[in-house]
Design a protein around this ligand. Structure first.
Ligand code: ZN
Length: 459
């Protein structure tokens, strides 16, 4: 869950978040030599004196200067626009051969192309008795949690290592009332975007984010915030618990790791939340106005409209509702750009009006649940950007609600007991963390808009 998204500016204006007790620190140290997060710079002192030449032109054969003459000299530079790491090392007057070897060693743990403009890199030199200095390595921190280090090994080679700082996982509880969209309510409760994305993704099996949400529905969430020993926030950890209350119905989900190491979310009874088909086969976060879309509350979509429409901006990713094989990916006059996926001998799903297909989506291709198959558009007979989604049973459109395909995974026996214990400790953590937390207040809903095709029988 920790991702670039966590670097986005926080949207919390009315953050009603309280932090709970500290959990034991989780220490991640990939480098066995550096259990404390310190970067080792182990290199052998030179044994042979070298020609006492200046900095850049020092010889590898440094026999004449008789060894190190003081502490390592650290020179910090930053990557300029259009510069490579080699350019930076050249600026620091690192001999070209050494720079090549050091960058080659870096590739073992980090792709130098991923270095961003402005990234600080500290270049290390060892002063020599003759007044010269010897390049002994460099180091940088690509993110608040990680340090990458290159050190001289022997006389010619370099070795690379990567160290992760120990972090504390701090549970954070938040809750909010949905006024116009879940995503917005999450932002107003101060929930980081990456956490909200995970929340929406996990509820996409059960919730149709366009139709199921009502103003006044609410949610609770418990997630981890990563904090380093120095107190620096280093992004988000896992989503531990979430509950969505729709028209008074609570739907809690809990993160749990089974004995064989699989991590998944389960409802209160220990049933996997996964379904063979997603209820919301679209980036749910992009459905901005979920209310006022129900034009036929009685007829629904079963008679007149043989599918479900999800209004979302052009370009919104559309997901394969389930694993299957692409049966059709073509353009028609009414459906526009249309994809149909066969999931088993009986069930298919279809997606219409796409602006374009995703790469490699063509007849015969295999897709997994959640793969992007195309993007929202308004091609074909359509009045505005939306996804028209159909579930077909033996070739006939059916109400997607009538097709519930649970994966059937349910925890049992000792696994279920372990889950119930984990669930209780998560609930306690939530209660502890929300001490003094108030319900986030969100502004009044914007007037509901009518969008997309909801009237025609073949939109
Ligand atoms: Zn439609």
């Amino acid at each position: 869950m920790r991702s670039r998204l966590s670097r986005l500016p926080t949207l919390a204006l009315l953050a009603i978040i309280t932090a709970g007790a500290l959990t034991p620190a989780t220490v991640v140290a990939r480098n066995a030599d550096a259990p404390n997060g310190r970067i080792p710079h182990s290199y052998k002192p030179a044994v042979k004196p070298s020609m006492a030449l200046e900095g850049a032109v020092e010889a590898k054969d440094d026999a004449e200067d008789g060894g190190p003459a003081g502490p390592v000299d650290r020179q910090t530079l930053s990557i300029g626009r259009g510069d490579t790491l080699m350019d930076l090392l050249a600026t620091a007057k690192v001999p070209t051969n050494d720079a090549h070897d050091a960058v080659a060693a870096l590739r073992e743990v980090y792709n130098p192309r991923r270095l961003q403009v402005g990234q600080h890199v500290t270049v290390l030199f060892e002063p020599r008795r003759g007044g010269s200095r010897k390049f002994v390595g460099f180091e940088f921190a690509p993110d608040p949690l990680r340090s990458v280090s290159i050190a001289r090994k022997g006389e010619t080679g370099f070795t690379s290592s990567q160290t992760e700082k120990p972090v504390t996982r701090k549970p954070v509880a938040a809750q909010g009332v949905i006024r116009s969209s879940l995503f917005e309510a999450g932002a107003q409760a101060g929930v980081p975007i990456s956490v909200m994305m995970a929340f929406i993704q996990n509820f996409s099996y059960d919730v149709d984010f366009q139709r199921d949400l009502q103003p006044g529905d609410h949610f609770e969430i418990l997630y981890e915030k990563l904090v380093t020993a120095e107190g620096t926030q280093a992004g988000e950890g896992e989503l531990l618990y979430a509950s969505l209350t729709l028209s008074g119905d609570d739907m809690p989900i809990y993160r749990f790791k089974t004995r064989d190491g699989r991590i998944d979310y389960y409802n209160g009874d220990g049933e996997s939340i996964r379904r063979a088909l997603l209820r919301t086969p679209i980036d749910g976060a992009r459905i901005t106005s979920g209310f006022g879309m129900r034009h036929h509350p009685i007829l629904g979509f079963s008679k007149m409209h043989k599918g479900v429409d999800f209004g979302a901006p052009t370009g919104t990713p559309i997901y394969a509702a389930g694993r299957g094989t692409i049966e059709m990916a073509e353009r028609s006059s009414s459906y526009g750009n249309y994809v149909r996926i066969r999931h088993n001998t009986e069930i298919s799903t279809a997606y219409a009006h796409m602006s374009r297909f995703a790469k490699s989506i063509q007849r015969g291709a295999r897709v997994d649940q959640g793969d992007i198959i195309g993007y929202v558009g308004t091609t074909g007979r359509s009045t505005g950007p939306h996804l028209h989604y159909e579930v077909l049973k033996a070739g006939h459109q059916v109400n997607p609600r009538s097709v519930d395909l649970p994966t059937g995974e349910k925890l049992e026996g000792r696994e279920l007991q372990a889950f119930q214990q984990a669930r209780r400790s998560i609930e306690k953590m939530f209660d502890d963390s929300r001490g003094g937390m108030q319900l986030a207040r969100t502004p009044a809903p914007a007037p509901a808009e009518e969008k997309g095709c909801n009237k025609a029988s073949s939109c």
